[in-house]
Write a protein that binds this ligand. Structure first.
Ligand code: 26Y
Length: 822
């Protein structure tokens, strides 16, 4: 204790101001007299960052000295969003900052809004990783995240003439939340070849030689927990040419340009996040990213372990590694390689360590999202790893053959290598074989994994390797930060903010469902949140929307399986119905604002066509005087985490309408309900468990069930497929150019009419629109609607990410919390 109180540990408004001014004037070298909102943001961020650093150092020291088991969460995506508001919540002192900024002439909300989202992810999987980090820190688990430091995050979306246009998201300039660790580097090898070496005892070892080398440099991001001193670490790797590798021969030979080109080539590895969500493309650069990140992370983990001087057998007692989908599966092979090639362990001992260390989370059953890498590609890029994969496969298949000698087909079904042209490495199978636990992300999804995709593996390994952990969300960001007034109202009734650490306490607000003042405040808050969104819509699209209308929201990545097309067809149906009404009939219509948002993968044409249709429908509907306020269609550009924080609290109803059996879990469904919105959805993903928790009278379910999907698809091709008549009317409108050139949308209508309607849009259409009629009817009874809203929020405790994290810790990682003392 060589110091008692660092200046940066401000404890009141005055001290905050001192720190803010110091950072603006010295760290940023700006004069206070031309300090704009951006400089105020940077100064505030630096002031809070100082506080985080102190706790971060303490946490890391304590974790190192205690030397107990740690978790490493490997994810190619971390969709963090903004950090300042979260840092303020976790450090405390937001009110001091609010007052201090006010003295300098700033509104804290405007300052917070200056921050660029950290958008190193596509959608649900990346956001889940971010929620994990928040909960692991909050619950004091010694845990690190490992990812890639992309120079470009997910692209910014603009809508131009109704089309999506992608703009690069360069986000790294002046990012106060990352700390370059130029001294922490790892050399990563690619290509080259494998030499077999036999020593004097006849023992054969392998050496991977003559490859290209790229250097990984660590960048660390502090992850504070809520109401705790624990501040964990997210380590992101950045690539550049290895210092030994900058080709001095070329340089000396006068080939400076080519030497620089090599440098740039190395830097492309961490240059850009692949913008595909649930759509696998098999690009070599993506495989390079995966290996680069896995190898750097494993080297780092092993280096830390070796400092403890423990025996290798203790590795799995010290380290748990969670694989976020199959993207980090090469880490399994890399650890095996390190143990046998570098550390000299025998195969069996090494493999025992590997399988006890790793566990794998699957997020999807969609075939187009399952990773497969071509054998020739892997042979070229990672020759030693391919050998090891073949070896793993050989031992695995031998054991299967022994156990199932009569099953002729099972070997080809479960082989890691698919016997296609070219041969492919099935990453999910490799991940299962190299892990001790495999989990899905909602009950239906985990059941489907066990009965379809991974059925053979359940036979082989028994049911214990496969489990379910239903997803959750962090209530800190998705309730308290996004909806501060609702959080405050709940806190007032519960006598404090304990529910942010134990979300099951929410059930106590059900007692106030009939409390008049509480109900009024509840609906005022919803209205305020709708007004905030209406303001955002006005400033970004120019459209005025009526805050009394029913706000119906669908925001998520655009994908055929998520069925935004079903939604927009439903909107067209509504539009046509309104236009056919008499003035008298129109009086009974519930006014609606249909809000869409989400990005399409740049190469996913059908998804782009859906965006185009939504925008064309908006153009026509919004200016149609026959419709007026009864229907507005809004596409919110560039949906991201910080927009979600505005949108989720503002819905009356939101749409979670994937074809049954296709959505792993969904997590925005939880965000909307937690903020007092009702939902319309299919019996899919976590909708099913949400229904179980909140009660089926509080949710609008529709559509065919997962168990009927296969049969329906079959009938589309072999039975007589007749399109739903109301949907046909919608298609007639599209085909008579009501929304612009029908040719623009022909692929979309044809996918249903001619190509088998794989996602069952027509099968579910009638059920969908009649359920929407029930939504309208329910909305007209505002008193009952309000009761549903309050009751639902009260029953959402189960969906806290803290519950999820504890389940992983207890049943997969076997790690204990480690609170940080002062
Ligand atoms: C292989 C590559 C192209 C790829 C890249 C991203 C494959 C998948 C993904 C992303 C998948 C994803 O976001 N999955 C979502 O994970 C959420 C968290 O578990 C689930 O709630 C959601 O249902 C699932 O679609």
């Amino acid at each position: 204790a060589w110091r008692k109180h660092s200046a940066s540990e401000f404890t009141n408004k005055e001290e905050f101001e001192t720190e803010l001014v110091r950072h603006i004037e010295t760290t940023l070298a700006r004069s206070l007299y031309n300090c704009d909102e951006l400089a105020a943001y940077s100064g505030t961020a630096l002031a809070f960052r100082d506080r985080l650093i102190i706790e971060w150092n303490k946490t890391q020291q304590r974790q190192t000295f205690t030397d107990q088991k740690r978790v490493y969460y490997l994810s190619l995506e971390f969709l963090m969003g903004r950090a300042l508001d979260n840092a303020m919540l976790n450090v405390g002192m937001k009110e001091a900052a609010r007052e201090g900024l006010k003295d300098l002439g700033f509104r804290i909300e405007d300052v917070i809004n200056q921050e660029h989202d950290a958008a190193l992810g596509n959608g649900g999987l990346g956001r889940l990783a971010a929620c994990f980090l928040d909960s692991m820190a909050t619950l004091n688990y010694p845990a690190w995240g490992y990812g890639l430091r992309y120079r470009y995050g997910i692209f910014k979306q603009e809508i131009i003439n109704g089309y999506q246009v992608e703009i690069p998201d360069y986000w790294l300039d002046n990012n106060p939340w990352e700390f370059p660790r130029h001294e922490i580097t790892v050399d990563i090898q690619f290509y080259g070849n494998v030499k077999k070496i036999q020593d004097e005892n006849g023992k054969i070892t392998h050496s991977w030689e003559d490859g290209e080398v790229v250097q990984a440099t660590a960048y660390d991001v502090p992850i504070p927990g809520y109401g705790t001193k624990t501040t964990n670490n997210l380590r992101l790797w950045s690539s550049k040419a290895s210092s030994g590798e900058f080709d001095f021969q070329k340089f000396n030979a006068g080939d400076y340009e080519s030497a620089v080109a090599d440098q740039q080539n190395a830097e492309t590895i961490s240059a850009v996040l692949y913008p595909n969500d649930n759509l696998e493309r098999g690009k070599e650069l993506r495989l390079k990213q995966q290996y680069f990140w896995c190898a750097a992370s494993l080297f780092d983990i092993v280096r830390r372990f070796k400092k403890t001087k423990r025996a290798w057998s203790e590795f799995p007692e010290q380290i748990a590694i969670q694989l976020n989908d199959t993207h980090p599966t090469l880490a399994i092979v890399e650890l095996q390689r390190i143990l046998i090639d570098k550390e000299g362990l025998e195969w069996d001992e090494a493999w025992g360590i590997v399988t006890k260390t790793f566990s794998y989370t699957n997020h999807t059953v969609l075939p187009e999202a399952l990773e497969k890498w071509s054998v020739p590609l892997m042979q070229n890029l990672l020759p030693r790893h391919l050998q090891i994969i073949y070896e793993i496969n050989l031992f695995f298949l031998q054991s299967v053959e022994k156990r199932f000698p009569k099953d002729r087909d099972i070997l080809s079904r479960v082989s890691i290598i698919e016997e296609s042209h070219p041969k492919m490495v099935r990453m999910a199978y490799l991940a299962i074989i190299g892990s001790h636990k495999v989990n899905g992300v909602a009950e239906l999804h985990s059941d489907l994994l066990k009965t379809t995709l991974f059925k053979d593996f359940v036979e082989i390994y028994g049911p214990d390797r496969f489990m379910n952990v239903t997803n959750g969300i962090t209530p800190r960001r998705w309730l308290h930060q996004a909806n501060p007034r609702l959080s405050a109202l709940i806190a007032e009734k519960l006598g404090g903010y304990d529910f942010l650490k134990d979300l099951t306490l929410l059930d106590k607000i059900e007692a106030f469902v009939d409390d008049k003042a509480f109900r009024e405040e509840w609906s005022t808050i919803k209205r305020e949140n709708k007004l905030r969104l209406a303001k955002h819509i006005k400033s970004t699209t120019g459209f005025d929307v009526n805050p009394n209308a029913l706000f119906d929201v669908q925001v998520k990545r655009i994908h055929e399986y998520k069925r935004q097309q079903l939604n927009i067809f439903g909107v067209i149906h509504r539009y046509l119905s309104i236009k056919a009404m008499s003035a008298e009939e129109k009086k009974k219509v519930v006014p609606r604002v249909q809000i869409f948002g989400g990005k399409a993968a740049p190469g996913y044409w059908m998804a782009k066509t859906i965006i185009h249709l939504i925008n064309k429908v908006a153009e026509v509907v919004n200016k149609d005087p026959e419709v007026g306020d009864l229907l507005k269609v809004i596409f919110i550009e560039d949906y991201n985490v910080s927009k979600a924080e505005i949108i989720c609290p503002a819905s009356d109803i939101s749409e979670h309408i994937s074809t049954a059996g296709t959505e792993g879990s969904g997590t925005s469904n939880m965000k909307f309900v937690l903020n007092g919105g009702l939902i319309i959805g299919t019996c899919d993903g976590a909708n099913i468990e949400i229904t179980r928790e909140i009660g089926e009278q509080n949710i609008f379910l529709f559509g065919n069930l997962a168990e009927d999907v296969e049969d329906l698809r079959h009938r589309h091709f072999y039975g007589d497929f007749k399109i739903d008549p109301q949907l046909e009317r919608v298609f007639d409108a599209i085909k008579s150019n009501t929304f612009g050139d029908k040719g623009d949308f022909s692929a979309l209508t044809a996918s249903i009419e001619e190509h088998g309607d794989y996602y069952l849009v027509s099968d579910d259409f009638n059920s969908y629109i009649t359920t929407h009629d029930m939504v309208d009817e329910a909305f007209q009874n505002q008193e009952e609607w309000l009761a549903k809203s309050i009751t639902s929020v009260a029953r959402m405790g189960f969906f806290s990410m803290d519950r999820v994290t504890n389940e992983y810790a207890d049943s997969i990682w076997n790690v204990e919390p480690l609170p940080v003392r002062d």
